[in-house]
Design a protein around this ligand. Structure first.
Ligand code: HEC
Length: 101
């Protein structure tokens, strides 16, 4: 009986013993995208045809990405001050993961 209760106590503690897993940049980027960008750029980067297809950005276009995001472009508001450098890097990781090439 004693052993059973010890086992139950150990099992109850398990969720708290699992090491906290840090979010990867990709996961963080996906979250920020869903909150701030998907409304215009489409859920999961699926371009609704009314803005810019972010999957078209190429690997060497990070500077263009950052500039457009920070300064805004056309109908898109600037995100300077609203997003940190780190968050923009996470968004870039997300965009690159699903890019066409
Ligand atoms: C209110 C709608 C809206 C939101 C929200 C929005 N965008 Fe945009 N975005 C646009 C539109 C419209 C364009 C096309 C601008 C143009 O070329 O006139 C665009 C263009 C872009 C471009 C390409 C500009 C280029 O270099 O040609 C990037 C990169 C971009 N958006 C990233 C983002 C990211 C990242 C987010 C989320 C933080 C975001 N956008 C949120 C509407 C939006």
């Amino acid at each position: 009986m004693l052993r059973l209760s010890a086992l139950i106590a150990a099992l109850a503690l398990l969720p708290f013993m699992a090491p906290a897993r840090a979010q990867t940049p990709l996961e963080a980027g996906a979250r920020i995208y869903a909150k701030k960008c998907s409304e215009c750029h489409g859920a999961r980067l699926r371009n609704p045809g009314t803005s810019f297809d972010l999957k078209k950005l190429k690997a060497d276009e990070r500077a263009r990405f950052e500039k457009s995001v920070l300064d805004g472009k056309g109908q898109m508001p600037p995100w300077r001050g609203a997003l940190s450098e780190e968050q923009i890097g996470q968004l870039w990781a997300y965009v690159r993961e699903y890019a066409y090439e």
